[in-house]
Design a protein around this ligand. Structure first.
Ligand SMILES: [Zn+2]
Length: 183
């Protein structure tokens, strides 16, 4: 049986009762952002018996109460997992993800070694992948998360993709919007 979880902002949210009712009706676990983390490459929720893997997360997408920043900052392991994936595949230890409306649009490891492409940095790759997924070169309203600060090539990719904000590093520092100068 897949494990279903319903995501809530918490007891201070005006729709908390409705969310808890929905979770009850769905037979879903009721979780907040800080209950979640990535364990062994999968999203898991904290329980009294340790972390338990989740298969499906039900959440509202028509409201900014679960803003991408909050969701991601409380789910640190995602980008780290992509970094591990890069290493497992024999590439350099870099990973990046693009998030829109709280959902991960694309997550990409470095492909410099595996593709033999000196520009296939994780950040550039994920900008390209996200554009492919969304079917547009305009990634405005998207946030780029990366294991390390973007190099000039990656920052330019993010800039030309209209990425809203870039967050990088193990501490997930906010680098703000891409600063590449238009040419
Ligand atoms: Zn780069």
């Amino acid at each position: 049986m897949p494990v279903l979880a319903a995501l809530t902002q918490g007891i201070h949210n005006s729709a908390y009762f409705e969310h808890s009712f929905l979770a009850d009706q769905l037979g879903a676990e009721f979780v907040e952002c800080h209950d979640l983390r990535v364990v062994d490459g999968r999203i898991a929720m904290r329980t009294t018996r340790g972390y338990k893997t989740i298969d499906v997360i039900s959440r509202r997408v028509d409201d900014d109460f679960l803003d991408p920043l909050n969701f991601q900052l409380r789910c640190h392991g995602v980008v780290e997992r992509i970094r591990s994936l890069a290493v497992e595949q024999g590439d350099r230890g870099y990973g990046a993800a693009v998030v829109k409306d709280g959902l991960i649009v694309a997550a990409s490891p470095s492909r410099v070694v595996t593709r033999g492409d000196p520009t296939a940095h994780a950040d550039t790759e994920v900008v390209r992948d996200a554009a492919g997924v969304l079917g547009t070169s305009d990634l405005s309203c998207c946030i780029l998360y990366s294991t390390s600060r973007a190099c000039p090539v990656c920052e330019a990719a993010a800039y030309w993709g209209n990425i809203d904000s870039m967050i990088y590093g193990t501490g997930l520092s906010n680098a703000g919007a891409p600063q590449f100068r238009r040419c």
